[in-house]
Design a protein around this ligand. Structure first.
Ligand SMILES: [Zn+2]
Length: 457
């Protein structure tokens, strides 16, 4: 079974196979065969890499030529695995929607009859069947027959629980489908869902579409301004007091129609009692206004992981809120809107100060991009842990960013700290045309360059 191109690139990137210039060499072919063979024999990539370094070309050739023919391929047919991952990701997205609508785990959102309503979402059941087949073929016991068990496992990397064909597959081994902290589908899950064409089911798209639909009932001339008003409010208020000034001011705004108010009621949930201390108060982060939580009796920390990365010591606490008044954004909104917004807001504030003569906009034209300087510069902030995943996302389209003279992807600072390879890896995985037209820089680099040169080229 030859490795896919993606796997080859990953091996080269991780320096398992050697690298001379941009092209693959003849030695690389032998190294790839050797690596695929050794993986089948159960060797780790680290062990293979160190063995390969000691082998001269003739020795490598002798080794590869002496390898015995495999009787059973360790990797099931790659296409079958891709289908399975798409089903599983789609199943997780569908189950998430059902839970969001108040259904129990293992019960889907049937849209036709009561009979189809009381069952596990179809793609999730199909994925379970495929996982069982894969386990059976590999001589393993199927442990995914319970949907509860399966979803819990999805909070961990596939290499810890999936049938061997997936667990040992270089492309899938590290995939985590459910974000364990926010209990929502992860970016990797969104990626598989998007690749499978299930755009409408992506969590990010659903949040966005909810607001867009509410705005559709406004006059067209009002929509852009209201979008920015509401989106910025959510970005700046992961938690808000319903009796406080900020909420009352928003609620009184003449720009809000009943549909937008309804959408806000959905996005903000009453704070869970577990967030409050004995005095019935919910502590608030002074940096981002999110709730502070204490897990396992550890000191209080901010619920936004992006905020924790910037401020490891959240000693400064804001004004605590009474539990009865506290509203907290839903976990998927915290994960997909509030987390990246810390860098979006920083970029917006700093660019506003840098370019006082120009119009600096936040979420312009209902989200063509995150921040724009006129039509000259468009910025999208991206907060992906995996640089390859980010590049694949960009390869599928950069959306409204296309309309700006200079298109910039601003990578959240926390992703590039101590990872000098992150930005080169994103660029390497971009399609050639995009690599030429898209600037991929960290937020700090962007601000630094603009402060000195006033432009990015
Ligand atoms: Zn915070």
């Amino acid at each position: 079974m030859p490795p896919t191109e993606r796997v080859l690139r990953k091996w080269r990137q991780e320096e398992v196979i050697s690298r001379t210039g941009r092209r693959f060499t003849g030695r690389n072919v032998l190294e790839a065969v050797y690596t695929a063979w050794q993986r089948r024999e159960g060797a780790t990539l680290i062990a293979i890499a160190s063995q390969l370094q000691t082998l001269e070309l003739p020795q490598l050739h002798t080794q590869v030529a002496s390898a015995t023919e495999a009787t059973t391929p360790a990797y099931a047919d790659d296409r079958r695995l891709t289908q399975l991952m798409t089903l599983l990701a789609h199943g997780v997205l569908k189950q998430f929607q059902a839970v969001q609508a108040g259904r129990a785990v293992g019960v889907g959102l049937g849209d036709t009859t009561a009979a189809t309503e009381a069952v596990i979402p179809l793609p999730l059941r199909q994925a379970q069947a495929q996982l069982a087949r894969l386990a059976f073929e590999g001589g393993q016991v199927d442990e995914c027959a319970s949907v509860h068990e399966l979803l819990w496992r999805c909070t961990k990397p596939l290499n810890e629980w999936a049938p061997l064909a997936l667990a040992q597959h270089p492309h899938y081994a590290d995939v985590v489908l459910i974000d364990a902290e926010y209990r929502v589908p992860s970016p990797a899950c969104e990626d598989f869902g998007e690749e499978g064409g299930h755009l409408a089911d992506l969590v990010e798209n659903q949040i966005y579409r909810g607001l867009r639909q509410a705005l559709d009932q406004l006059d067209e001339s009002e929509r852009d301004v209201t979008y920015t008003l509401v989106r910025r409010f959510v970005a700046e208020h992961p938690m808000v007091s319903r009796t406080g000034q900020a909420w009352r001011k928003l609620w009184a705004s003449p720009r809000l129609n009943p549909a937008v108010r309804e959408w806000l009621r959905f996005v903000y949930e009453p704070a869970h009692a577990a967030l409050a201390n004995r005095q019935g108060l919910v502590a608030q982060c002074a940096h981002c206004h999110a709730p502070l939580v204490s897990q396992d009796r550890k000191p209080l920390s901010c619920v936004l992981s992006a905020c924790r990365a910037t401020h490891p010591h959240p000693a400064a606490t804001g004004e605590p809120l009474a539990l009865a008044d506290a509203l907290v954004a839903r976990p998927e909104v915290l994960r997909y809107w509030c987390n990246p917004s810390l860098d979006e807001l920083r970029l917006f504030r700093e660019l506003t100060a840098l370019f006082p003569e120009e119009e600096v906009q936040l979420y312009p034209y209902q989200d063509l991009c995150d921040v724009a300087v006129g039509t000259r510069l468009g910025f999208d902030v991206k907060d992906y842990t995996d640089p390859v995943l980010l590049a694949r996302k960009l390869n599928r389209g950069v959306g409204g960013l296309r309309l700006y003279d200079t298109m910039v992807v601003a990578v959240a600072e926390r992703q590039v700290v101590n990872r000098p390879q992150y930005l080169p890896q994103v660029r390497e995985h971009l399609q050639t045309a995009l690599r030429r037209s898209l600037r991929v820089l960290s937020v700090d680099d962007i601000l630094e360059t603009l402060r000195h040169d006033g432009q990015l080229s």
